[in-house]
Design a binder for this molecule. Structure first.
Ligand code: ADP
Ligand code: MG
Length: 618
């Protein structure tokens, strides 16, 4: 028997220790790689059949079988896809090992940090050597007259190839696990990994344990399917009883009918949902399906507020569903998760190179088969195409929110408290998003109504104008014009409340004077209003308990309050132990309030900022 032999190693170096080292934290991806190779092989065969280049037996059920063998410490992956001829094994397995290894070493030999490589993204077939000392391939090509091939390699440095014994078209990959990787022959461990990476793969996936006791179930004979393994047909004869009828005659009645049943081998259940919701057209999905998908994928039993179904084929292929989660409380941390898929194969959560950072506050899935995933993260970050995808997702989210503001304002307002931290964060992080969203940012005011910033400014202007008219009827026209001109240049002051309880005294005062303020209670609001102050709308935010506003105080000569000022300055100097203290006393119009202390907006914001930094910041 002639065994063809060859060497996979280049130079004197072996690539596999390098792979092992770099992918250390992500050993389990070999499962995904081998299962997805099986899926690819099945997809190829289906395509070939469509093109009339392959014939598939009618009763074939495409699937990938994963079998663990804890006794032998092996793991096998079997698919019934295209299979490979000996030439194909040489080309795709042997040669690629060679060139792949060269590429890999060339690319990464100088880069010390693990970070440089997308550990998540596959090294394909070779990832098997992260966990196995020996890997074998048994394969039979769909091609007419093809002969089966057996290939094996130990430690990934050399291979041996020979005629094999595989009788069915497809491929079986067997891993002889290394000592550190015996965990992967554990059924539950593999189930966990398959659930993580393969839940939505387009082919059915089954997990079995070698030599496990078979399990059976008994079903109605009429429900037996062609692919069931029937162990025994069971007939339960009808049961009858003798009973007396109305006329006192004895009669035989049937109490249970004759039943035909079958004991069958328990049907395996696929671990994958081959047509996940995002692959369907939005018109074909029901509200309940969206909610159920959300529960299943994110294990969040609070209902999402609403969602966006992304579905595009051009200029790139992208599908997905983004959910806006409900917050627990207004102080809830925003911690979403965006799962990224490539052709229904899970890649990773929250890949910031592809998904705009602020969108990661949502919960969702994105499937983008066009993503170039076999490159380093830094290359992904600088990839124009990836940027376009990321921009598209942002635009879609903004469009949805703007659409809602325009045609469904009621719901928009209802959800506002939940979605506003997300929107504000988006505005802070993404200029394009802010430019689109700025018209639809709303604020809750003291009357618990939702208004836009221009609406607030307008209403305040009206209020002040009336007040001015009523009180300063004596002021001459020239003066009036002058003060108006001054106001034009001054930014409009926007009063806000951060704590309804603590600031209730001020709120009452404001209300009595017919003034309004905006309620901004989330900690994202501080950076957000700072950004608004720098925007095109000329505004200056001032907390309701900051400096006393002109409309609240009486116009009194400073001299008239000199005595009070001096006394209070002394009191405060003593109380605070500070010598250089500037105390300013003003007279309030409102007589129900004995006194109040204010802290200037700037000093308070400074303090808040320090606090935020100390806590780790936003
Ligand atoms: P990739 O899947 O990115 O091409 P892999 O290293 O995973 O890289 O696989 C290399 C090649 O080996 C595949 O492109 C395919 O041609 C072949 N191959 C691997 N696994 C199988 C399989 N189960 N069935 C048929 N061909 C396979
Ligand atoms: Mg592959």
């Amino acid at each position: 028997m002639s065994m063809e032999q060859g060497s996979l190693s280049i130079n004197s170096e072996n690539i596999f220790p390098i792979i092992k080292k770099w992918l250390y934290s992500d050993h389990d991806i070999f499962v995904r790689e081998l299962v997805s190779n099986g899926c690819d092989a099945i997809t190829k065969l289906k395509k070939l059949e469509l093109m009339g280049e392959a014939t598939i037996p009618e009763d074939v059920k495409f699937k990938v079988d994963v079998e663990v063998n804890p006794e032998e410490k092996t793991l096998t992956f079997t698919d019934n896809g295209v299979g490979m001829t000996a030439d194909e094994v040489k080309e795709y397995i042997n040669q690629i090992a060679f060139s792949g290894a060269t590429d890999f070493l060339e690319k990464y030999k100088d880069k010390a940090s693990e970070d440089q490589i997308i550990g998540h993204f596959g090294l394909g077939f070779y990832s098997a050597f992260m966990v196995a000392d020996k890997v074998t391939i048994d394969t039979l090509s769909y091609k007419e007259g093809a002969e089966s091939v057996h290939w094996e390699s130990e430690g990934g440095t050399e291979f041996a190839m020979d005629k094999g014994e595989k009788a069915e078209v497809g491929t079986t990959i067997t891993l002889y696990l290394n000592e550190d990787s015996y965990e992967f022959s554990n059924e539950y461990r593999i189930r966990e990994i398959l659930t993580k990476y393969c839940s939505f793969m387009p082919v059915e996936i089954y997990l079995t344990k070698a030599n496990a006791e078979p399990e059976y179930e008994t079903i109605d004979a009429s429900e037996v399917r062609e692919d069931d393994v029937v162990i025994e047909n069971i007939v339960e004869e009808a049961k009858t009883e003798e009973k007396e009828n109305e006329n006192g005659e004895k009669e035989v009645v049937e109490v249970s009918p004759r039943k035909e049943k079958a004991k069958i081998k328990k049907r395996p259940v696929s671990l994958s949902d081959t047509t996940p919701l995002w692959t369907k057209h939005p018109n074909e999905c029901t509200e309940e399906e969206y909610k159920e998908f959300y529960r299943n994928v994110f294990h969040d039993y609070k209902e999402p507020l609403f969602w966006i179904h992304l579905n595009m084929d051009y200029p790139f292929n992208l599908k997905g569903i983004l959910y806006f989660p409900k917050l627990n409380t207004e102080y809830d941390n925003l911690e979403g998760v965006i799962k990224l898929y490539n052709n229904q194969v899970f890649i990773a959560d929250n890949i910031k190179e592809v998904i705009p950072e602020f969108l990661m506050l949502l919960k969702g899935v994105i499937d983008c088969p066009d993503l170039p995933l076999n490159v380093s993260r830094s290359a992904l970050q600088n990839d124009g195409f990836v940027k376009k995808i990321s921009d598209y997702i942002t635009k879609k989210v903004a469009d949805k929110l703007i659409g809602m503001y325009k045609v469904d304002r009621e719901n928009y307002e209802k959800y506002w408290d939940d979605i506003s931290p997300f929107i504000k964060y988006g505005c802070l992080k993404d200029d394009k998003f802010r430019d689109k969203m700025k018209e639809v940012i709303i604020f809750k005011n003291l009357e618990e109504k939702y208004i836009t910033l221009p609406e607030y400014v307008e209403a305040q202007k009206d209020g002040e104008a009336e007040e001015q008219k009523a009180e300063d009827a004596t002021v001459n026209e020239a003066d009036n014009n002058e003060s108006e001109a001054e106001k034009e240049e001054e930014p409009a002051v926007v009063y806000y409340v951060t704590d309804l309880q603590q600031q209730s005294q001020y709120i009452n005062m404001f209300k009595e004077q017919g003034l309004d303020a905006l309620i901004l209670t989330h900690n994202i609001d501080q950076p957000f209003i700072t950004q608004l102050e720098q925007g095109d709308l000329k505004v200056r935010f001032q907390r309701i308990d900051a400096d006393v506003t002109d409309t609240l105080k009486e116009d009194v000569d400073e001299e008239a309050l000199k005595e009070e000022t001096d006394t209070l300055t002394e009191v405060f100097k003593k109380a605070l132990g500070k010598e250089n203290l500037l105390v300013k006393v003003e007279k309030l119009k409102n007589e129900s309030i004995a006194s109040m202390i204010t802290l200037s907006e700037e000093s308070r914001r400074m303090q808040d900022m320090m606090k935020m930094y100390a806590m780790g910041g936003m």
